[in-house]
Design a protein around this ligand. Structure first.
Ligand code: HEC
Length: 99
């Protein structure tokens, strides 16, 4: 039982440490990086710019996850609805805000 808990904690620690890379891979697999780059404008804004825009806003994560879910940006434009679970959308929002 204890061994199992320790193993679970170790897995969680590794998952956390690998978070940024894992999220970038997620963004790639969900097609985000076809329109966005971290540092440069493509069809969509550079994700670092998006992150800067939301810095310090308490509801930033929910707002971004909302854009991905509803298919409507805060600028009132349409945005592709992410083919992702709620948890994945939250992870993507967290990753964008971490940039
Ligand atoms: C077909 C191209 C395209 C794809 C695919 C795409 N985006 Fe976007 N994204 C855009 C454009 C264009 C905008 C700018 C919208 C605007 O000006 O209001 C944008 C804006 C955003 C914003 C800012 C929204 C706001 O209202 O502030 C975030 C965050 C974002 N995208 C994240 C993502 C993520 C994460 C994915 C993958 C699930 C993704 N995008 C996939 C084109 C795309």
């Amino acid at each position: 039982m204890n061994k199992l808990l320790i193993a679970a904690a170790a897995v969680a620690a590794v998952a956390f440490a690998g978070g940024a890379q894992a999220s970038q891979d997620l963004a790639k697999s969900k097609g985000c990086l076809g329109c966005h780059a971290v540092d440069a404008k493509k069809m969509g804004p550079a994700l670092k710019e998006v992150s800067a825009k939301y810095k310090g806003k308490a509801d930033a994560e929910a707002t971004i996850a909302g854009v991905l879910k509803s298919g409507k940006s805060t600028g009132g434009k349409t945005h592709p609805v992410a083919k992702a679970s709620d948890d994945e959308m939250k992870a993507l929002a967290k990753w964008v805000l971490s940039l």
